[in-house]
Design a protein around this ligand. Structure first.
Ligand code: CA
Length: 231
């Protein structure tokens, strides 16, 4: 029995039914909400483990729902958007969403995102207080300010190291260009985004090259980057 409680916020009945049927089949517990106000109420009273949120709701913008939930809750939010425009996703991610799905999506896609979020959630709980981060062959000692790959110390520039720490501390979460450049440089001019690409390329070269290289960082074109969980 899957003990995870999922809140499905979606006003479109066929889509909502598809999601809840999928959840039921895979032993998730779930709640539903058809508008923003009701969704916020459900989050307050039931404290779900994961929130699936449609961005186009009848009473308020989904981004507004995220902002309000984020004032008191860190529950993972996966945004579901019918809109293919990247700006909506970016706004949602910057407001505090963790991931996104674009309609139409497959049942497999939905389940995969839920598994990623679940793993991320379990890990965050477990590693919250730890100064040591481990993912695949990568190890970071935040207190010492050092990182290793397969036991060999990585020689990173200060910016590369900051980027690596930011991504690792948010493993599983898609971080937007704006968020990353704000965290690293305190600003998000076009030049910063261009610099970010360069630093990310050099960081990835150090992390992901070699014979048995694994992929640690995923690029979301036009949106940002995410650190993947490496088994
Ligand atoms: Ca909708």
């Amino acid at each position: 029995m899957n003990k995870f409680l999922i809140l499905v916020i979606e006003d479109d009945a066929p889509v909502r039914n598809l999601i809840t049927t999928t959840l039921k089949t895979h032993d998730y517990r779930y709640l539903t909400a058809e508008n923003g106000e009701n969704a916020i109420l459900q989050v307050t009273s039931h404290n779900p483990d994961v929130i699936l949120l449609d961005l186009g709701l009848p009473d308020m913008d989904g981004v507004e729902v995220i902002k309000r939930i984020r004032t008191w809750s860190n529950t993972p939010i996966i945004v579901i958007s019918a809109r293919s425009e990247d700006t909506d996703k970016i706004d949602a991610l910057d407001a505090g969403a963790d991931d996104y799905l674009t309609k139409p999506f497959s049942v497999e896609e939905l389940l995969a995102r839920l598994r990623v979020t679940q793993r991320h959630f379990a890990l965050m709980k477990q590693e919250k207080e730890s100064d040591i981060f481990e993912n695949g062959d990568l190890k970071i000692d935040y207190a010492a300010g050092c990182a290793w790959l397969s036991g060999t110390e990585l020689h990173l520039t200060p910016i590369e190291y900051k980027l690596l720490c930011l991504l690792s501390r948010n493993m599983g979460k898609v971080l937007t260009h704006t968020y990353i450049t704000q965290q690293i440089w305190g600003s998000s001019w076009e030049n910063d985004v261009a610099s970010l690409r360069v630093f990310m390329a050099t960081l990835r070269k150090k992390l992901e090259s070699g014979a048995d290289a694994k992929q640690y960082i995923q690029t979301h074109i036009g949106i940002g980057y995410r650190m993947l969980r490496v088994e």
